[in-house]
Design a protein around this ligand. Structure first.
Ligand code: G
Ligand code: G
Ligand code: MN
Ligand code: NA
Length: 252
């Protein structure tokens, strides 16, 4: 059995499940967003999400997976009153999905089908989606924005963190990659870069989000730096939505 065949089977059997990880307002300690992270139930090959997403991207199945995620999330958001779910829901989009000609039409159909308010959804687009064909990527971002969705620049700092993206794209949030957050306590250079990314985000009107916060020192330091939002195992791990009833962080 190949990973590709297993993915096709999993799509047929609806063997995927959505987990959610809260993103907090750092100062208020309140949840502002929940990020959807795909999990494969009874995964026969016991491979990680990252590994099967990579294979799905290479084999072209990622569009179908992302559409499945979008359909399930929209259905869920439509069911939940804003009082019960007063958070934006963040959905990861692979490069192929983001650049697909069919995406906008699919989203228009989905919005009509479930009658959801697009501002309740944020799409996370990783920075390497913008390296080639910048104009096409910009058009895709503008279309999503025109429909009312929010846009996050994901994994900022990992590869091609061009300032060009920041001045030319109307992002709402900038997610600073975990590899930077990991080193802010011990590495002065990383701390300086992160602090400047936070200040630059604020000056440009974007919310900064720190990814992968694992300890109290990182949390405190990011607060001092003025980071708006944060996400990480310190506050909460991704979990089925039923388990996230108490969404406030347990920091004491
Ligand atoms: O939560 P986790 O470590 O398993 O996620 C691994 C990677 O898979 C992350 O880079 C994340 O962005 C990506 N990922 C998780 N869920 C989805 C999804 O629904 N669609 C896409 N395209 N990527 C996802
Ligand atoms: O690529 P993206 O940023 O979408 O993926 C986020 C990934 O980071 C997911 O795989 C999620 O499970 C993982 N993650 C979130 N918080 C933490 C954390 O505090 N520590 C670690 N190791 N992983 C985290
Ligand atoms: Mn993400
Ligand atoms: Na990331």
């Amino acid at each position: 059995i190949t990973i590709e065949n297993a993915i096709v089977e999993a799509l047929k059997r609806s063997a995927f499940k959505l987990y959610y990880q809260p993103i907090y307002d750092m100062r208020a300690g309140k949840v502002v967003t929940v990020e959807v992270l795909l999990r494969w139930q009874d995964n026969p090959l016991e491979i990680s999400t990252q590994d099967f997403i990579n294979v799905a991207e290479r084999t072209g199945h990622i569009l179908e997976i992302d559409e499945w995620v979008i359909d399930n999330v929209f259905q869920f958001v439509a069911k939940m009153k804003t009082k019960v779910l007063p958070y934006t829901v963040a959905i990861n989009l692979s490069v192929q999905t983001f650049k697909s000609e069919k995406l906008i039409e699919f989203l228009e159909d989905e919005v009509a089908k479930y009658g959801i308010e697009p501002s309740r959804i944020a799409f996370e687009i990783t920075e390497y989606s913008f390296i080639d064909d910048f104009d096409k990527a910009k058009t895709a971002v503008m279309r999503l924005k025109q429909m009312g969705f929010r846009i996050s620049l994901d994994d900022f700092g990992t590869r091609f963190s061009s300032l060009n993206y920041l001045v030319k794209m109307p992002f709402d949030l900038l997610k600073i990659d975990k590899s930077y957050i990991d080193q802010i306590v011990d590495e002065t250079a990383h701390a300086i870069v992160v602090e400047h990314i936070i200040q630059m985000s604020r000056a440009l009107g974007l919310k900064s989000v720190a990814e992968g916060i694992e300890d109290e020192c990182q949390y405190q330091q990011l607060c001092r730096m003025g980071c708006d939002f944060g996400q990480g195992f310190l506050m909460a791990k991704p979990a089925p939505i039923e388990e996230l009833i108490n969404l406030e962080p347990q920091l004491d």
